[in-house]
Design a protein around this ligand. Structure first.
Ligand code: IPE
Ligand code: IPE
Ligand code: MG
Length: 247
């Protein structure tokens, strides 16, 4: 089965204020190393966690989930690790296709697919085509780099001969054109940086950083993230309204 049975009954639900959650899944390598295992084991454990977390986000009513799985910079890692990640990706694509009817997920692969071999790329394109419109949209970022994405958008706009370019025009040319901007970006593994992730889309996102290593992230952690999100005051440059009698 593609998604594991959920661990518990859903306790939190979200409304329209939390449509899109994005994850920087970091800490897989350290998780394995802490256990005295090769880093590849951490990626395998991370993949399992990801399937569970994505399903849970859908269950509580989140409509868009974005997951940063492999960056344009991650090719600089040792060949053995990169190969292991590509194998996991290939297995994941097979599994997702096999279980398409069971899961209500629309897959979108964000990033430059041109770099992958034909087999892998075809699997991604096929999954995008057959998964159609579903209640949960999953943006899966592979060979993704936000700067590359913005440059790509600029090139397309120039090619179209567009003169009065607006921010919406740029957004429409990003890989994430079909999703609203993320409401919250979560990074596991303790680092507090974006590492070239959603630079444009993050302009008004909330941030949530946790020391928890990605493979250890649980559905309870998601509940806590949701609660933290609803405790934030998103002002978008405005100030908090003060009632007339309190002025
Ligand atoms: C995230 O985990 C997955 C990828 C970047 C592919 P890492 O592999 O970066 O794990 P750490 O940060 O080294 O622990
Ligand atoms: C960011 O993690 C990329 C992904 C999660 C896919 P990294 O582990 O590559 O980021 P840095 O190198 O710590 O910034
Ligand atoms: Mg890392």
């Amino acid at each position: 089965m593609f998604f594991k049975k959920k661990e518990k009954e859903t306790v939190v639900t979200v409304d329209d204020r939390l449509k899109h959650i994005a994850f920087i899944m970091d800490g897989n390598g350290r998780w394995a190393q802490k256990k005295g295992l090769p880093r590849e084991y951490g990626h395998a454990a991370g993949a399992k966690t990801f399937k569970k977390i994505a399903l849970y986000c859908g269950d509580i009513g989140i409509k868009y989930v974005t997951i940063y799985a492999f960056s344009t910079e991650n090719w600089k890692r040792p060949e053995r690790e990169v190969k292991a990640i590509m194998k996991l990706l290939s297995d994941y694509l097979d599994e997702a296709l096999r279980d398409l009817d069971k899961n209500n997920v629309r897959y979108i692969f964000i990033g430059d697919k041109g770099i992958f071999d034909d087999r892998l790329r075809e699997k991604m394109l096929n999954l995008e085509k057959v998964s159609g419109s579903k209640s949960l949209t999953l943006n899966f970022a592979v060979n993704y780099g936000a700067r590359d994405e913005i440059v790509k958008a600029c090139r397309e706009l120039i090619r179209e001969g567009n003169e009065n370019i607006t921010a919406d025009d740029v957004s429409r040319h990003l890989y994430t054109a079909l999703s609203p901007d993320p409401d919250i970006i979560v990074r596991t593994g303790g680092e507090q940086r974006l590492s070239n992730f959603l630079l444009w889309q993050a302009s008004y996102a909330e941030f949530y950083f946790t020391e928890t290593l990605w493979p250890d992230l649980s559905t309870d952690d998601i509940d806590n993230i949701v609660l933290a999100f609803y405790g934030r005051d998103r002002r978008y440059g405005r100030i908090k309204e003060v009632p007339e009698d309190k002025k």
